[in-house]
Design a protein around this ligand. Structure first.
Ligand code: MN3
Length: 207
């Protein structure tokens, strides 16, 4: 299986002023590309190189630290780009909207929980909305860990639906150390349609 860097689903400046074009250029063209390059190096000669990225990430414990960090970094950014859109924002609709209302009370309450998890993540990592045992759950993981990994704590394992990058490289040029401002801005560009599509396919895969 050929692993390639996906194009951004929008122009570099599409998310401005919430996320600036220079951040997107470096984040996608340098950071994301480097995770992919280092993942390919770490998997050189291994049969797992032929596997889909989700399967590789699921075996992170067995495949070792460089695969954990770089395959995680590759998949996490694949997800993160699709969680944003120039015309994003608002509240989730459809089946996801109903599940959010039933399980969190409101979209505001879900946003509050995701924001709190992002502020509580010390250092670098990701905040996630996952599907776990048929239910929605807010979790966070350090570094480039992903909820699909066998090595993350059981309570943080699940199918990732929404991922928010809280590494400083995701926001430093625009916001410097102000992670709260970045997380507030994220809600103006969140792509609930794409999160909702992942939710529906995860639900139907689970039967
Ligand atoms: Mn990043």
């Amino acid at each position: 299986m050929a692993h390639t860097l996906p194009d951004l689903p929008y122009a570099h400046d599409a998310l401005a002023p919430h996320i600036d074009a220079r951040t997107m250029e470096i984040h996608h063209g340098k950071h994301h590309a480097t995770y992919l390059a280092n993942m390919l190096k770490a998997l050189e000669g291994k049969p797992e190189l032929e596997d889909p990225i989700e399967k590789i990430v699921g075996k992170a414990g067995e495949l070792g630290g460089p695969v954990r960090n770089n395959a995680g970094g590759f998949l996490n950014h694949n997800i993160y780009w699709t969680c944003m859109a120039a015309d994003g924002g608002g509240d989730p609709a459809g089946a996801l909207g109903e599940a959010v209302a039933a399980e969190f009370g409101s979209a505001d309450s879900l946003r509050e929980q995701l924001t709190a998890a992002g502020l509580a993540r010390f250092g670098s990592g990701f905040v996630w909305l996952i599907l776990k045992d048929g239910k929605l759950k807010v979790v966070s993981t350090p570094n480039q860990d992903n909820p699909l990994m066998d090595v993350v704590p059981a309570e943080a394992q699940g199918i990732p639906l929404l991922g928010i990058d809280v590494w400083e490289h995701a926001y430093y040029l625009n916001y410097q150390n102000r992670r709260p401002d970045y997380l507030k801005a994220f809600w103006e560009i969140v792509n609930w349609n794409s999160v909702g599509e992942r939710y529906e396919s995860a639900k139907s895969a689970a039967g």
